[in-house]
Design a protein around this ligand. Sequence first.
Ligand code: ATP
Length: 306
Amino acid sequence: MTGVTVRVPAKLNLQLAVGPPRADGYHDLVTVFHAVSLFDEITAEPARRDGVSVSGEGADRVPADGDNLALRAVAALRAEVPSAPGVHITIAKRIPVAAGLAGGSGDAAAALVACNELWAGGFGPPQLAEIAARVGSDVAFSLLGGTAVGRGRGEQLTPALAPATQYHWVLAFADGHLSTPEVYAALDRQRARAGEQVPAGPELDPALMSALRSGDARLVGRALSNDLQPAALSLFPALRKTLAAGLELGALGALVSGSGPTCVFLAASADRALDLAASLSGAGVCRSVARASGPAPGAAIVSGAR
Ligand code: ATP
């Protein structure tokens, strides 16, 4: 076998509700993940030693050694397949790095799918999801795709019941990055300063779930929410302008994606998304824009066979 190529989507959080910090430093979450059609592609090929090379969007900010999340996923899978030979992973990035779109987790999920195929590991989705959860909080969702509720650190997943609606998104990429742990730390500080009593178990928003069941983009747009947004805005104030511009230009809803700094806008149709993307791009409130639709499928084999 020469190699296996897998495509993996970026994720948005349509809701991100964050509980207080736990003893282990993580926060309990309730989130509604939504995969969109902005894809990284990874190829796994037999090699003497494990290695990784990265090209494309933000490649210079991605570690090319064992810290790469794709190689961590390879190591986690190899622990289950001790006889597995070496593998070289080539990552073609389109998902910006440290942008709140789970690009690294996506590459890890893609590496699991590719190596499971390359090594004839024979693991099914539940076993891969278990290994994924050991690698990182968002990796299991990147395997699953679609729209799903995540609990715990985000790794306990339940697919969301929704009609076959496709939503049209505009993604505004920022000129800068945010570190996920720093955004969580800023949220904790903001809450402590405000003397906020944060309930231990964050709750799923019934308005968002009913909007998703209706398939009505207007309702979904109104119900988008992200507890991390105020913290992301405090660290990256220019995002306020980006969000305001998108809403003024007619987006049905706007929010910072995950820990940011990508801002995402829901449009009423593919044509509206095209107009919005062009206007946002002209408004000079972000580095660049992209359009994507969701829900998109999770990590999937594009080519390669045994
Ligand atoms: P999340 O939304 O899951 O919190 P993110 O989208 O904000 O994550 P990533 O693009 O996953 O951020 O990158 C987070 C960090 O992980 C970066 O600082 C990067 O150096 C590191 N990293 C390790 N492996 C990868 C990879 N394959 N692709 C991107 N980043 C990686």
